[in-house]
Design a protein around this ligand. Structure first.
Ligand code: SF4
Length: 901
């Protein structure tokens, strides 16, 4: 959205959110912030950014930052300490527990947000020097099934294709992948291909997502049945002579066995239709499209991976590409779209408990190779515990020390209520973090280590197409924050491993990591960046985005794998995999008759510790919700906009009801982003079953049996305050950033008089320091209405409005007043009316987050004749940057035609 500013001191860096890995230009503003623009020279995005990337400049504040090491005191409080005391207590604690209980009594839990160098050092310390492989990562929740599927089929965790394939494909199949919201810049590349080259897009997903709305064919598949659909495709390809026999014979093994199993799963179209819940005609249309287009890319992400049969789903997809030889050539191949910015980098260094380092495994030869390279005294010789098992081991006291880096497992792991309980009991709990408070920190961390954040960090990340980019600092490091690699190295030194962790800089670590990738490689391993092992500090600083492999000699670009075989199995052939019969691990029943699906919303990232700071990002979906089909809502007595309690065998939460035609009957959808910091009781992962895939260990976050029931609140309302407020546990609340402060949405059964008293207290009337604040109030107890507004320094300083649930107060008009720097008297007089004041137009919910364009403005523009996406773009700029809102713009235009304002 912003014009790229290449003038010094703009710094080339990479976006910290999704696995697209967009290049970013950041120009510091000298006041701790920065102007952000897409980097036109970066081959992942060519200057584009999505709404989240565009809003990075609004997330750089220090208000919630952890700036000093903290230690838990005997009285239970956290108190500031110095680095030496904090690091020594970590080193001594880990050493004590290892000495007493052995190396498997300790663990690290890492994150796809870490840079490769942080990851490398943490993995090296645990696996080479502490003697355990208990290093796992939140990437386990994201793409572990893709890793396992790649390793089963290719013999290595290799993504064969590159983003350019999305520009050159004639058919793009998106499986369990809402790219319009989750990988928006890639979605734009796909849409450009569709517009300019006529590529077709097929979307396979139980939900009609924003991506599905812009597809040529949408298959609303039954939850968990992707393997049935792709097994049927393999059979169809075999029965219609669409196989590439030469490729199968020359470069693969196991085809007949896989085809026989595919025939058992999908013997005929009627069975496929029954298993998948699809119409025969739609299935056939998809199969014929796939058969007819040799340039086909099949992209998959969380809808495939987050499953107790996720690895089989991945292999069912890969089978179809191997069978047609459509792999590793321009415009074709299976393509795992990675969720996190550096999930791929974590895989490269062995940040998963079942990998060693540099894409090596735990065979004796590989363990010995890494031992020699690291000169490691205490090598782990077997796999460690994967994420869900790791936290189970914490719960039963087998793991007694845990170091969590840059992630929030108390919110994001399945059955997260039990995870919080387990964390509260662990003997030594260390957290390196950016923020002073989140659900993990609040679960009883003993040591808090302040970590550098995006804009301060220095190192590398690798995106979904194997492209390594520099993340460069452009802000001064605040307080005493330090990079995670420094903390780990300091702890290692205090444990007696100083020689192996004597890194002076992040470039030192990168060179060692690159050298290990080439060590005794000789083409036997896919991951090889040996060409970069000799770069000096200046070359590392200046490193352009580079794709691996980068063999000794020269780095390469746009490298694909496997067009002519050369897999990383012992016989160099790919393996077809015969998948299990598809089924959901837990069946629905009378107590829990719905299938609960979880996922993301367009403008938020993970648990919102960063995106939650941006008012622009907060207002597209400001509160936690549950999507349900109208038919199910009617059956359960739910109304759109009301409230529901969703419960599973593992937990429950309260959510706003959103009736959606895109939701399948029998399914519910809840977003993952809300935590105890941002809502009173709406953590999605509290509800998720801890069922895991047997090959990948990835939890099934898409199919937990659930119940839903209405919950009544007599009153609803909102507060607008300059700082976050605390509300009693009786009230349901959720918090969102608004311009100039915090918005809190409220539902309650407490009487209006109680809310009036609370409002006056919350808005600080009683505090002498702001006695000069003037209050306006309106109370109608009989109708259940209370409105309180506080004015100070010529502006609306705060407001709290409560009304009856059947006519709740709307906050748009009051928010417009709250956001204004100064109010004229007539505007001020409108504050308690809840109606728009002259000169302060309501925007309504934000639709285009890139340009902050609200629904109300869009509907006004349509009413004035701008009734197409292009015309709205010309009038308001909405939809002209990342394009994520285009499907929504189309829907609003369609609604307006049906029901004009
Ligand atoms: Fe960041 Fe958006 Fe690019 Fe993903 S698509 S890397 S979130 S700007």
């Amino acid at each position: 959205m912003n014009a790229p500013d290449l003038r010094p001191p703009a710094v080339r860096t990479a976006c910290p959110y999704c696995g697209v890995g967009c290049g970013v230009l950041a120009a510091p503003d000298g006041r701790g912030g920065a102007t952000i623009a897409g980097d036109p020279a970066h081959p992942a995005n060519f200057g584009r950014l999505c709404s989240k990337g565009s809003a990075l400049g609004a997330t750089l504040g220090l208000d919630s930052r952890l700036l000093h090491p903290m230690l838990r005191q005997d009285d239970g409080t956290l108190a500031r300490t110095d680095w030496d005391t904090a690091l020594t207590s970590v080193a001594e604690g880990f050493a004590r527990i290892i000495e007493r209980d052995g190396p498997d009594a300790v663990a690290f839990y890492l994150s796809g947000q870490l840079l490769t160098e942080d990851y490398y050092v943490a993995n090296k310390l645990m696996k080479g020097f502490l003697g355990s492989a208990n290093v796992d990562t939140n990437s386990r929740l994201c793409m572990a099934s893709s890793v396992a599927g790649h390793r089963r089929a290719f013999g290595a965790d290799t993504v064969p294709g590159v983003y350019a394939d999305l520009d050159e494909a004639d058919l793009i199949v998106l499986v369990g992948s809402n790219v319009a919201w989750c990988h928006p810049v890639l979605f734009q590349r796909m849409q450009k291909n569709r517009r300019e080259r006529g590529a077709k897009i097929v979307v396979i997903d139980p939900r009609r997502t924003a991506t599905a709305e812009d597809a040529d064919l949408f298959l609303s598949i039954a939850p968990g049945m992707d393997t049935a659909l792709f097994s049927g495709l393999l059979v169809h390809l075999a029965d219609t002579n669409a196989l590439d026999d030469r490729y199968i014979d020359a470069h693969t093994s196991g085809f007949e066995n896989a085809l026989a199993q595919a025939r058992a799963i999908a013997p005929n179209m009627a069975t496929i239709a029954r298993r998948t819940g699809l119409f025969v005609g739609d299935v056939l249309k998809f199969y014929e499209l796939f058969a007819a287009n040799s340039r086909v890319v099949t992209c998959f992400s969380q809808g495939v991976n987050q499953s107790a049969q996720g690895t089989d789903k991945v292999n069912a997809i890969i089978n179809c590409h191997l069978a047609t030889g459509r792999i590793g050539k321009p415009g074709m191949g299976p393509f795992s779209l990675t969720g996190q910015p550096n999930a791929m980098g974590g895989r490269e260094v062995g940040g998963l408990a079942n990998q060693l380092a540099a894409h090596m495994n735990f065979t004796p030869i590989e363990v010995d190779r890494v031992r020699r390279f690291w000169d490691a005294p205490r090598m782990a010789t077997r796999e460690g515990l994967k994420a869900v098992d790791m936290f189970d081991a914490i719960a039963v006291g087998k793991i007694k020390a845990l170091w969590v880096m840059a992630t929030n497992p108390a919110v994001s792991l399945p059955r997260s209520g039990a995870v919080r309980e387990a964390l509260g009991k662990i003997e030594l709990f260390v957290v390196s973090e950016n923020v002073t408070s989140n659900d993990t920190v609040n679960s009883g961390a003993h040591v808090l280590l302040p970590a550098t954040a995006w804009g301060e960090k220095d190192g590398t990340v690798t995106n979904s197409e194997r492209r390594i980019s520099r993340q460069r600092p452009f802000l001064a490091t605040p307080g005493e924050a330090k990079p995670d690699w420094w903390m780990v190295s300091q702890v290692a030194r205090r444990m007696g491993y100083g020689c192996a962790f004597a890194y002076e800089s992040v470039a030192d670590i990168f060179r060692e990591h690159a050298a290990l990738s080439a060590f005794e490689n000789g083409g036997t391993r896919d991951f090889d960046v040996g060409a970069l092992s000799g770069i000096d500090d200046a070359a590392f600083d200046a490193l352009d985005p580079v794709q691996w492999p980068s063999h000794a000699g020269q780095p390469s670009q746009d490298t694909r794998f496997f067009a002519a075989g050369g897999f990383f199995t012992p016989d160099r052939k790919a393996r077809f995999v015969a998948p299990e019969m598809p089924t959901l691990r837990d069946a629905i029943g009378a107590e829990f008759p719905f299938i609960l699906n979880t996922g993301r919303v367009r403008d938020q990232w993970h648990t919102m510790t960063r995106t939650g700071l941006s008012p622009r990002l907060g207002l597209h979906a400001p509160e936690p919700f549950v999507e349900i089909h109208q038919q199910d809502a009617d059956g359960a007595g739910l109304t759109d906009g009301g409230f529901a309690r969703v419960a599973t065998a593992h937990g429950s939460g309260i959510f706003r009801v959103a009736v959606s035609a895109g939701q399948q009957p029998g399914s519910l959808f809840v977003p993952i982003h809300w935590s105890g910091e941002t809502a009173s009781c709406s953590r999605a992962c509290d509800l998720v079953a801890p069922n895991t895939d047997p090959h990948s260990g990835q939890p099934e976050a898409k199919a937990t049996p659930a119940a839903i029931a209405p919950i009544a609140f007599a009153y609803q309302g909102f507060a607008l305050t300059r700082r976050p407020i605390a509300l009693p546990t009786e009230a349901w609340w959720t918090r969102v950033a608004v311009t100039g402060g915090t918005g809190t949405l409220i539902a309650s059964n407490e009487q209006p008089e109680t809310w009036r008293e609370r409002a006056l207290a919350l808005l600080h009337k009683s505090e002498p320091a702001i006695e000069q604040a003037e209050f306006a109030e309106y109370l109608d107890a009989r109708r259940g209405i209370v409105r309180v507004a506080a004015f100070r320094d010529g502006r609306l300083d705060g407001a709290l409005f409560i009304g009856p649930a059947d006519a709740p107060p709307r906050w748009d008009a009051v928010k417009a007043l709250f956001e204004a720097e100064a109010l004229a008297d007539p505007q001020r007089r409108m504050a308690l009316s809840g109606r728009a004041a002259d000169g302060l137009a309501e925007t309504g919910p934000v639709i285009c987050a890139c340009f902050g364009v609200g629904r109300a403005a869009i509907r006004r523009a349509i009413g004035e004749g701008h009734a197409s996406v292009e015309k709205i773009g010309a009038a308001l700029r909405a939809g002209t940057n990342c394009g994520s809102c285009v499907p929504e713009l189309k829907r609003i235009i369609h609604e307006h035609v049906a029901q004009p304002v």
